[in-house]
Design a protein around this ligand. Structure first.
Ligand SMILES: CC(C)(COP(=O)(O)OP(=O)(O)OC[C@H]1O[C@@H](n2cnc3c(N)ncnc32)[C@H](O)[C@@H]1OP(=O)(O)O)[C@@H](O)C(=O)NCCC(=O)NCCS
Length: 158
């Protein structure tokens, strides 16, 4: 399995272009009360592969109590009704732990806007780069998206 996993890095030395949110979608900050909805979204988003999420009772305490958790580094995309349709949850070590978009909101640019938001946030924090791990056979085209946004291969252990 690990042979299939690639670590990708976005260097943050140069400026990051501003995210452009697709019509009807916008960015919202995360609150602990959002945890169940974000977990449901992850279950739906990973249903056909690309990643996985533990049961809520394991997942949420594991995230919330992690020393690298910061609610300000969990970015939500909402639709016109205020429903959470995308999420990027990052660790303070400048690592994107999960990036998910609801199947009904895909291929509109929501993930791109979330990623550019993440890149800008870590640049503001003084990070030199931001990383993630991806399955090279990700069925929803995540690898292509990441490479298009300037992410490059680095060794799996950083
Ligand atoms: C991977 C994932 C997050 C991408 O989300 P998304 O919101 O669909 O991503 P975007 O819309 O920003 O980009 C996807 C594609 O749509 C294209 N697109 C964006 N806006 C578009 C538009 N208005 N019209 C047509 N195509 C568009 C993008 O160019 C991109 O094309 P590419 O694959 O050729 O690069 C989503 O598919 C997902 O949640 N997958 C399951 C979970 C997962 O695997 N997460 C990654 C774990 S590492």
């Amino acid at each position: 399995m690990s042979d299939n996993i690639q670590r990708l890095r976005r260097d943050l030395a140069s400026a990051v272009v501003d995210p452009v949110w697709p019509d009807g979608f916008s960015l919202r900050s995360f609150d602990a009360e959002d945890a169940p909805a974000v977990h449901r979204l992850m279950q739906i988003a990973y249903a056909n592969g690309g990643g996985s999420v533990a049961a809520f009772d394991q997942w949420w305490p594991g995230v919330r109590d992690d020393g690298e958790f910061d609610a300000g580094l969990c970015f939500l995309a909402i639709d016109g009704r205020g429903e959470i349709v995308g999420a990027a949850q990052c660790w303070t070590s400048a690592f994107i732990k999960d990036l998910v978009v609801h199947p009904d909101a895909r291929r509109l640019g929501v993930a791109e806007a979330l990623l550019l938001t993440v890149f800008q946030a870590f640049r503001h924090r003084g990070a030199t780069h931001v990383d993630l791990k991806v399955q090279l056979d990700n069925p929803s085209g995540a690898v292509r998206l990441y490479r298009r946004l300037g992410m490059r291969d680095v060794p799996i252990d950083g």
